[in-house]
Design a protein around this ligand. Sequence first.
Ligand SMILES: Nc1ncnc2c1ncn2[C@@H]1O[C@H](COP(=O)(O)OP(=O)(O)OP(=O)(O)O)[C@@H](O)[C@H]1O
Ligand SMILES: [Mg+2]
Length: 246
Amino acid sequence: MSEPVILFENVSKYYPLYHPMTGGVKNFLFNLPRAVHLIKNSKFEAVRNISFEVYRGETYGIIGRNGSGKSTTLGLMAGVLKPSKGKVVINGRISPLLELGGGFHPELTGRENILLNGVLLGLTRAEVFAKMDEIIDFSEIRDFIDQPIRVYSSGMLARLGFSVVASLDPEILLIDEILAVGDINFQKKCLERMMAFKKRGVTIVFVSHSMEDIIRICDRVAWIEDRRIKKEGQPLEVVEAYLQTG
Ligand SMILES: Nc1ncnc2c1ncn2[C@@H]1O[C@H](COP(=O)(O)OP(=O)(O)OP(=O)(O)O)[C@@H](O)[C@H]1O
Ligand SMILES: [Mg+2]
């Protein structure tokens, strides 16, 4: 196998946990130092001590139940989250397409959000303008492109997000769950574009609840359960094991 482009070494991620004020507000204020200490030190572990590698050119799937830590893992790859423990190493330019609408500004129009996202993803303004028509064509939402995106449906937002990323020249593509809200035509188009990236040697990490898509495009799959990687390997084997647990 070639070199790893993504390396997780004993990575844990904690989120702060919000404590309910069981004793009421008065009690909370009366015992303020203790309450503050409690809040500061309460944490929820979303990912526990996970280690894995993704190799150059590989399409790596991540599956698992709601809340099992998939988006957290992708956020750590994208650098929007920092590991609480352990080490994350990325060798290459990351193009993340994270959860719906992340990175979009609701009051800006579709066109303005394309510009914003293109620049955030490392293009110059001129480069985004040069690609603007291609991006809008791919999204197929030209009629709405000059409307603020707060009026977009979730599928339209997904179209906008995927279209920006699809027009880039990514080295490492992170895709979280974006296909689920797209209609059949758009899903097909996204999968075709991902296949084309794959052929060109782009490394892809793909989070999905569609086992069919996972089996179709992934070379290797990790199943995350209870904060850890429960099984990693051939897509069919991992998906079967996952489905058997009901
Ligand atoms: N910002 C946050 N603050 C606190 N807890 C969080 C935060 N984000 C996620 N969590 C918790 O971390 C755990 C893992 O969440 P994550 O979003 O990674 O799950 P997921 O596998 O992507 O789930 P889904 O399939 O629903 O997208 C969940 O229990 C969630 O409640
Ligand atoms: Mg998620």
